[in-house]
Ligand binder design. Sequence first.
Ligand SMILES: Cc1cc2nc3c(=O)[nH]c(=O)nc-3n(C[C@H](O)[C@H](O)[C@H](O)COP(=O)(O)OP(=O)(O)OC[C@H]3O[C@@H](n4cnc5c(N)ncnc54)[C@H](O)[C@@H]3O)c2cc1C
Length: 301
Amino acid sequence: MFWELSALAIGLPYSRPGRSGNASQILGRVASSLFQPGTMSPMIVVVCVKQIPDPADPGALDPETKTLKRDVKLILDESDSYGVEMGLQLVDAAGEGEVRLVSMAPNSEVSGLRTALAMGAESAVLVSDEALAGSDALSTAKVLTAAIARCEPDLILTGTESSDGYTGTVPAQVAELMDLPSVTFAKEIAVADGVATVKRQTEDGYDEIKCSLPAVVSVTAGVVEPRYPSFKGIMAAKNKPVDEVDLTGLGIDPSTVGWAGAGQEITDIAEAPAREAGEVVVDEGDAHERVLAFLDDLKVI
Ligand SMILES: Cc1cc2nc3c(=O)[nH]c(=O)nc-3n(C[C@H](O)[C@H](O)[C@H](O)COP(=O)(O)OP(=O)(O)OC[C@H]3O[C@@H](n4cnc5c(N)ncnc54)[C@H](O)[C@@H]3O)c2cc1C
């Protein structure tokens, strides 16, 4: 693992602004934080949060563009509330630091960001630009990468997949673009001395993975209990800084994102099939066996 860390420090294309330096300086700093616990500077956790149409309202697809209509009020994707909670807990455990949010959303939407700020995040970067309409997953990852780089992260958290038009590919794409380690499906994260130890959920249990920081870690939904924003938190969130940037501000050529840059195309859309009624198990003495067999088929036991 420490060899991997050395390689990362030497070949690092991404360096934390304000902490830049040549490879040996970076390596020296990382090594000193590895071997002298407690010498790390305040921990900055960046959490990517998607703002989505409220799933409680029936969503509508635009028949022309075949994409979800997003010209409604957007809310914090519940999948990302787990990343926010995990980030807040990690900062608490570190004793010093903060959670910074990054979001790409249309129409300068901040409602979902305000919810996450009310939970305890300190600030946000919002990327909003008309030219982003039609952006596919890779374009989204490019934009998020540029925004994350402004936040000086020690750790980047995302959800595993979003709840609306999910592909589940953005976290790994961000890691690849930043040339950082990518760890997926985290159920527990611990950070110490420049290394993240992640319990990564699998079908049978979990794998324990160690990786050097900074890293991109996607958090499995449901593994922590997202806190409810307090009244004080909601009031404080109104005054927390949201830095809105457009593509020019990020130095991104508009022709490489949005419809113009999309490598993916939605060729067709169709109504989702109506949900079927469940199976009623009438107990004729063997109900427990049939329920067990059903759960076994689903691989939940
Ligand atoms: C051809 C095409 C056209 C599209 N057109 C539009 C459009 O016109 N308007 C539109 O709004 N969307 C559009 N989308 C969807 C949009 O760009 C998605 O945000 C993108 O595809 C990635 O989201 P995902 O849900 O697949 O991410 P996933 O990989 O499922 O998400 C995983 C995690 O990545 C992070 N993440 C993902 N997206 C964001 C985000 N936007 N901000 C912050 N964090 C994020 C979150 O932490 C999330 O939990 C389009 C997609 C395609 C394929």
